[in-house]
Design a binder for this molecule. Structure first.
Ligand SMILES: Cc1cc2nc3c(=O)[nH]c(=O)nc-3n(C[C@H](O)[C@H](O)[C@H](O)COP(=O)(O)OP(=O)(O)OC[C@H]3O[C@@H](n4cnc5c(N)ncnc54)[C@H](O)[C@@H]3O)c2cc1C
Ligand code: SF4
Length: 486
């Protein structure tokens, strides 16, 4: 956890005293300006949330009480100094606010857009605990400060690594690899990131669509790392293009494996091989990374008339909203639990509904039916009800006997989770993995069973979140630095 800034500094006391708590409590939560649903569906890449203006951000920052015990921080997986950055915004020091954020988070412009704040920091804000109370909009303020910094063109730190610096290879350029690379480069280590795809960013690029996270935001963050001295090698699949053993021979002395969980999962029900049934991973990657939704694309994606999306997470919402933007007539999200149990961010579910996605909750597919040419035409589903809570405390869905019925569909996108890609574990002798295929690590240092290899992010956790993946990257960077001689 990062050290909190001193709330007794003179400017901070003066900011606090400038408005009594009662008046702060009377300010209503500032609403994020959003593009109207019809327009955003028509403009595929247009970001839905438009961002706060400086006036809005300062007003929202005034709602924060600068608590003696800031419970919001306990809800943040990387311990961002929340009142510290929010009070900087209140006094108009936006670049300072971004600097406070960067002490704990390598990618604040990303986290401000995609973190599930309502289940983390904002859920723990004292204002949310009062009946009818609304949390300080911490995520929106984080995005505001990070965007202000990017827009200012403020030069990031530049470092020159010494010729005899230790060489570390980061495998995978998602949020976990990027945050590890940043911390190592700042410490003077010579870092090279190897990425299997032709673009840097992992899920931030190939999974999360531009209407939620514009590619330009990710590119700016990657540029900052380049200026810090991080080298990027694309189209390089470690374990195939070259092995860890070969990289060792080239002089890399430590490795951070952040290769994510990019292997799609299916439900194992009849008909999954029919044409028109595809994983969300394939669908989103083809659209986001290969331009498959654009006119004249070499490998166009089927646009769908009646699209069914299976799942209730962010991936399902992204797939459903992408299908609408590509021109599907009707998009139905089928989820086996209720809406309250959906793992997707609340805002994504709201946006999907506003845009016209329909939701069929407590419903689960049992088979896909096709026409004579093998093209999917219907999804057989059955009703579910919620039974006993499972080990995570979530009530398990139980099938209602005799409730099967068919939904028409000419395209089905399956978004029911992902598994770790086995290439690295299979190509490195002695690397311990769990039964689920995740790499096993020491949770403090992120070191694996092979002494020079560290790992983190989705390859260790299974599908998780951006902020947890980044936190692992930072912990691994500390572990690696502590292990280097001298
Ligand atoms: C569609 C979608 C939406 C999501 N929405 C959210 C959200 O709103 N909020 C949130 O917090 N989380 C969200 N998540 C989850 C989040 O994106 C992941 O938890 C996070 O990206 C994991 O980061 P990572 O760095 O571990 O892996 P990844 O982001 O998966 O990056 C791994 C990278 O490693 C590369 N790679 C794999 N194998 C090799 C190899 N052998 N050699 C070289 N490179 C390799 C891959 O090509 C990839 O670029 C979403 C996930 C998806 C799929
Ligand atoms: S708990 Fe809420 S009000 Fe208190 S410091 Fe955190 S954001 Fe501000």
């Amino acid at each position: 956890m990062e050290k909190m800034s001193d709330r007794n500094e003179a400017w901070r006391k003066a900011t606090r005293d400038s408005l009594p708590p009662r008046e702060r409590m009377a300010i209503e939560r500032v609403k994020m300006p959003e593009v109207a649903p019809a327009r955003r569906v028509a403009c595929r890449e247009l970001e839905v949330n438009e961002g706060l203006t400086p006036g809005m951000a300062r007003r929202e920052a005034c709602r924060c009480l600068d608590c003696v015990v800031p419970t919001c921080v306990e809800g943040c997986p990387v311990g961002v100094d929340i009142p510290g950055f929010v009070k900087e915004i209140e006094r108009g020091e936006f670049l300072q606010a971004a600097a406070v954020l960067r002490r704990a988070s390598a990618l604040p412009a990303v986290c401000g857009r995609v973190c599930p704040q309502e289940r983390q920091c904002e859920e723990r804000c004292v204002r949310a605990k009062r009946p009818g109370g609304e949390a300080v909009a911490i995520g929106h303020l984080e995005r505001f400060a990070a965007d202000a910094e990017l827009a200012s063109g403020a030069a990031p730190e530049e470092r020159v690594t010494s010729v005899d610096a230790a060489r570390v290879a980061v495998i995978g350029s998602g949020p976990s690899g990027l945050s590890c690379a940043g911390d190592l480069a700042r410490a003077g280590v010579a870092v090279t990131v190897f990425e299997a795809l032709h673009e840097i960013g992992g899920v931030l690029k190939y999974g999360i669509p531009g209407f939620r996270l514009p590619n330009g935001v990710v590119d700016e963050e990657v540029d900052r790392l380049r200026r810090l001295g991080v080298r990027f090698v694309t189209n390089f699949v470690v374990g195939m293009t070259g092995t860890v053993e070969q990289l060792r021979a080239e002089g890399f002395c430590r490795f951070y494996v952040s290769s994510g969980a990019g292997l799609p999962r299916f439900m194992g029900i009849p008909g999954e091989n029919y044409n028109g049934v595809l994983s969300s991973n394939e669908y989103l990657t083809r659209v986001n990374l290969m331009g498959a939704g654009s006119a004249g694309a070499d490998t166009p994606v089927y646009r769908g008339g009646r699209v069914v999306v299976v799942g209730g997470g962010n991936t399902a919402m992204d797939s459903a909203r992408t299908a609408l933007r590509l021109g599907a007539e009707r998009v139905t999200v089928v989820y086996r639990r209720g809406e309250r149990e959906m793992p997707a961010r609340v805002e994504e579910v709201r946006h999907a509904r506003e845009e016209g996605c329909e939701f069929l909750t407590l419903t689960n597919p049992v088979a896909y039916l096709a026409d004579a040419r093998g093209r999917v035409r219907q999804v057989m589903v059955q009703r579910m009800e919620l039974g006993e809570a499972d080990e995570d405390g979530r009530r398990s869905p139980v099938a209602v006997a005799g409730s099967e019925h068919a939904l028409d569909a000419d395209m089905v996108v399956v978004a029911v989770g992902v598994s770790p890609n086995p290439i690295i574990p299979a190509s490195v002798p002695g690397l311990d993995v769990s039964r689920r295929g995740t790499i096993t690590v020491d949770p403090v240092t992120m070191r694996t069973s092979v002494p020079d290899i560290y790992a983190g992010g989705d390859i260790v956790r299974g599908g998780a979140t951006v902020i947890l993946a980044m936190g692992d990257g930072r912990r691994a960077a500390r572990g690696i630095l502590d292990s280097l001689p001298g």
